[in-house]
Design a protein around this ligand. Structure first.
Ligand SMILES: [Zn+2]
Length: 65
């Protein structure tokens, strides 16, 4: 495999504004920097949800952002 797929490196979505070691290394992505594919994976459960948000109620999540 030659191409690097960022979705395979990123395992966790962190809260917006997060700047922890995992975010700096690219293992986690802060919510505000997640791209469309990563948001899709988050909602699908393919990426771990460390945002502290309850994604089962997307309207409440969007209201809170
Ligand atoms: Zn982080």
């Amino acid at each position: 495999m030659t191409a690097i797929n960022s979705d395979e490196i990123v395992s966790t979505i962190d809260p917006a504004g997060c700047n922890c070691d995992d975010c700096l290394r690219g293992v986690s992505v802060p919510l505000h920097r997640a791209d469309a594919g990563q948001l899709n994976a988050l909602l699908d459960g393919r990426l771990a949800n460390a945002t502290g948000l309850d994604l089962s109620d997307i309207e409440a999540v969007l209201d809170a952002l």
